[in-house]
Every structure is written in C-alpha cells, then in structure tokens.
Design a protein around this ligand. Structure first.
Ligand code: GAL
Length: 347
C-alpha cells in the first residue's frame, strides 16, 4: 500500500516536474537550481523504493533551506537499454545532475558518454560500477555501502545467537545446517554478502554444513518459491537461513508459513536492509536479526552531493573516499535495539 502510494505520488511529481523542466528550458543548467534526474533499475525493489522516498524528503529539506530543486524519477523496468534512453530524456528535460542506479552495473559506458557529452555529472548509487568505469570521467561519483561489512555483521549476528541459544542446533549434531538465499548474480551485494557472512560465522567458531543455495533476485515471491523447493529437498534439516536481503528472508518465512510449519520447527532467519517490513519482522521476532542498510544516510549523501555538484559548494564537506566514493556504514538490528531503530525511522 505504502509502495503504491509512493509510486503514485512519484508519478504526479514526475509529471509536474517534467512540465517545470520543459518550461524552464531556457534557464537549464543554471548554477542555483538543482534539477535532478533519477533512474533506477526496478520499481518493485523494496529497499530502493524506501531509499527514494527518503531522497525526496532530503530534497524538501534543501527547499526549506532556500535551494530550488526539482526531481524526475524514472523506473528502468530491468532494462539497461531503457535506462540509457531515460538518461538522454532526463538530460533533454534540463536535468543538471543525474542519480543513476544502474540496471547492469558492468555496462555504464553509454550513460557515461552521454553525460560527458552534455557535461552533466553522475552520482551512481546502490549498484556500484566497476572501478575502471568510474575512471572514465572525473565527474562520476558513487554513494552506497560496503558489502563486506553487511555480510560480516550478518554472520556475527547469527554466531551470537547460535552460541547463546542451543536450540538453534535442533538436531544437536554440533553443526549448523544452513541455506542461502542470494540476490542477483553479478551484484556487489550478493556474492560478497554470502561469502563474508559464512566467513564470519566460521571465524566465530561455528561449525557449518551448507545444504544448498538459491538465487532469488532480492525478491520476496521468488524467495518463497525457491525456499519451498529447498524445504521439500532438505525437510527439517535446515537450521539457519542466511538471506542477502530482508525481502528474501521474509520470502523464506512465507514458504514455511505456506507449508504450515509451526514456530518450534522453524530455522532462524537473518536478513539485511532494515526495510519497514524487515524491522517489523525483527520486532515480531519472526526474523532473528537484520543489518541496517542506511538508506537515510545514502539519500542525504546523494542530495548533498547533487547540490554541491550543481551549485559549486565545498565537496570536502561530504567526506568522499578516493575523491569519488561515499560509503555509509551498516549496523546490526536485533530485538534488543529494534524499537529504537523504528522510533528514529518515522517518516
Ligand atoms: C541491495 C539491497 C537489496 C536490493 C539491491 C538492489 O543493497 O540490500 O535489497 O535493494 O541493493 O540493487
């Protein structure tokens, strides 16, 4: 519901801003007005939906501080070709800075060429281009988070629980049988999260036995489906589910619910993101924990960077790594601090 409302308001905003950009064409690229063009890989992604809601909030703050801003947000619907076309449309509409969440993070060349031709800086976000591509032009930036840190924290959360609660090892064999639900292949947050989560469990002295893994593309329904397959294969053997994000963790729980598993027969499930539904599930003790992907921090960094790039403010204030990267830290969320996190999260 929230998502629907957001998309509807996004659409209205896009249309009105498109008009505004069209009318203001003669004045485009002036240094005082920040016209931001955003394109993101897929509107069905829960985390990105929330991040962009926060981004719009951040821009309202800029407005209150007296800076004129406008934003057009476009959904690339999972197609890099569509996204390349959208970038051209955004530039034609007068956007003087772009925020791009690439569909294919290994294929940004056409977008970079276009932006360079029209001298419009790009802030890539959430889906990190490879380092060589970031060097193609000096007006390319990235806002995101360190994938390794999220995996490590997820592994630590799981290890802490396994050590504290002997019931997690349900068959009492001294090993934890686990499965993984992975995001998209080729995404920096998928494979790295899985590897580091497992690494950190081992470093914390947990003996593991991998039963299986499935790719579910960050998506709850796909995760439910893949999890049903794994449950039919491994039955009650699964003691731990490591999911690369909250939506897939919730999909795993949906699968158990559909198969009428009772609470005592469930494995422990961990996610990453701290989306609204993810946090609710931690508060309801359905998810054993999550790792907060700081969307508010990322949205704020994107807005500040956009402002500085257009108005020529002090870029030093943003505290970039290697002059181009802004990585926001993750933090752990469990039943112990979830209420606090929810309280700070009111929009
Ligand atoms: C990840 C996030 C996922 C998904 C993905 C999309 O950082 O954890 O939930 O949004 O980005 O690129």
């Amino acid at each position: 519901m929230k998502m629907k409302k957001m998309l509807a308001s996004g659409l209205v905003l896009c249309i009105s801003i498109q008009l505004l950009c069209a009318c203001g064409k003669a004045e485009q690229n002036t240094a005082e007005k920040v016209h931001i063009g955003v394109t993101y890989y897929d509107q069905s992604d829960t985390f990105l939906g929330e991040l962009l809601t926060d981004f719009k909030e951040q821009l309202k703050k800029c407005e209150r501080d007296g800076l004129e801003t406008s934003v057009i947000i476009q959904d690339a619907g999972g197609s890099q070709k569509t996204q390349n076309d959208q970038v051209k449309e955004l530039i034609d509409a007068g956007c003087n800075v772009l925020c791009v969440n690439l569909v294919d993070r290994s294929d940004p060349s056409e977008i970079i060429d276009l932006a360079r031709e029209y001298d419009v800086p790009i802030i890539f976000f959430n889906r990190e281009p490879v380092a060589e591509d970031m060097m193609q032009w000096d007006k390319l930036y990235y806002v995101g988070a360190y994938a390794r840190q999220s995996g490590q924290m997820q592994g630590e959360l799981a290890a802490d629980l396994i050590k504290a609660d002997s019931r997690v090892d349900r068959n009492k064999d001294g090993r934890i049988q686990y499965v993984v639900l992975e995001g998209e292949p080729g995404h920096q947050d998928a494979i790295i999260r899985t590897e580091t989560a497992v690494e950190s469990l081992r470093e914390n002295g947990i003996v593991l036995e991998k039963k299986g893994y499935q790719i579910a593309n960050w998506n709850r329904a796909q995760a439910q489906n893949r999890m049903e397959q794994m449950i039919s294969q491994y039955k009650n053997d699964i003691e731990l589910v490591l999911a690369n994000n909250d939506d897939m963790a919730l999909g795993a729980l949906d699968a158990y619910k559909k198969l009428n598993y009772t609470e005592t027969n469930l494995p422990v499930v961990f996610g990453i993101d701290g989306t609204d539904v993810g946090l609710e599930a931690v508060a309801g003790q359905r998810l054993a924990g999550t790792v907060y992907n700081d969307k508010e921090g990322q949205a704020e960094a994107m807005a500040k960077l956009a402002e500085v790039l257009v108005t020529g403010g002090d870029i030093e204030e943003i505290g970039l790594t290697n002059e181009r990267y802004c990585y926001l830290p993750y933090f752990k969320v469990t039943i112990d601090n979830v209420e606090e996190v929810l309280e700070n999260n009111i929009r």
